[in-house]
Design a protein around this ligand. Structure first.
Ligand code: F3S
Length: 288
């Protein structure tokens, strides 16, 4: 089978930085806790867990440094904030409990957080276009007391008429969806509209390169975790290009019928999919 790989796919700099930070912390401290999975890829998280990382969902799960049953030689717990970021209260609470803080929030997510804070202070009604259940959005909206999240067209009704609106995007949103929803908001009644494109360049490059690849192949494989927003966006974009597309986590999920009657396959991967998964997939597919 002929296999073509997207020019831009796999790990982005934000994910690379988060993994490197976790590895550095673990090499001199085995008391490291991550609030939620560090990135949206179970295999990568499992490797870090084997090296000593503990994944927790809440700070209450981490023993306080001065609890009597704590080993005196054990280092203070370090809490690692993942690349998606967290609400500002979480960081304050980490310090209040006496834990060390290590922040792996991607710089582009930090930019979105800062914008929400500033735009609210400038008296804009802040709107985030994105998934309200995604950890990044949950964190970003914590930077102002009032933020409206628009995930789909029906949510636009939530916006009041008039006023000053400022819109930003979840960093991994597709540019097409952002443009479409901003266009629908723009025809409503308001006094002022400010739009800041916070979709990250890494996401945009992966999307552009996947779309270009769709033109050259009979079938597309998008590799990455099911709950990875940027991987799901890539798969949806390829579907819309009307190329038969499969979103798989790795080669173990591949079925021979996916390539029946096809001669050229395209492979792309989300920003949290490691190289070794892409390489294994391509090598095995080429042998078929
Ligand atoms: Fe950051 Fe974009 Fe990656 S927001 S974590 S560089 S997908």
């Amino acid at each position: 089978m002929k296999v073509l790989i997207a020019d831009k796919c796999g790990f982005c700099f934000g994910v690379e930085h988060a993994i490197e930070l976790a590895q550095n912390l673990l090499s001199d401290n085995q008391n490291v806790y991550c609030l939620g999975p560090l990135i949206h890829n179970q295999q990568v998280v499992d490797r870090l867990v084997k090296r000593g990382l503990t994944v927790v969902n809440h700070l209450d799960e981490i023993p306080l440094p001065d609890e009597p049953d704590q080993d005196a030689d054990r280092q203070k717990p370090t809490v690692l904030i993942r690349s998606h970021g967290a609400r500002p209260e979480v960081q304050k609470e980490v310090k209040a409990r006496g834990f060390e803080l290590a922040d792996a929030t991607c710089v582009l997510v930090k930019r979105a957080q800062k914008l929400v804070e500033q735009l609210y202070q400038q008296n804009y009604q802040v709107v985030v276009v994105g998934d309200p259940d995604h950890p990044e959005t949950k964190g970003v909206i914590g930077y102002a007391p009032e933020v409206t999240v628009i995930a789909a067209e029906k949510d636009i009704e939530k916006l009041p008429a008039g006023g000053r609106l400022a819109i930003i995007a979840q960093t991994t949103l597709s540019a097409q969806d952002f443009r479409r929803l901003v266009g629908l908001i723009a025809v409503r009644d308001f006094d002022e509209l400010k739009v800041v494109n916070t979709i990250c360049r890494e996401t945009q490059r992966r999307q552009k390169s996947a779309l270009e690849l769709c033109e050259k192949v009979d079938v597309m494989f998008v590799l990455g975790a099911r709950h990875s927003a940027n991987t799901r966006e890539l798969a949806q974009l390829c579907h819309r290009k009307e190329v038969k597309t499969y979103h798989l986590q790795n080669f173990q999920e591949f079925l021979p019928r996916y390539i029946e009657g096809k001669s050229v396959a395209g492979v792309t991967a989300g920003a949290s999919t490691p190289d070794w998964i892409i390489r294994e997939f391509v090598e095995k597919l080429q042998k078929l």
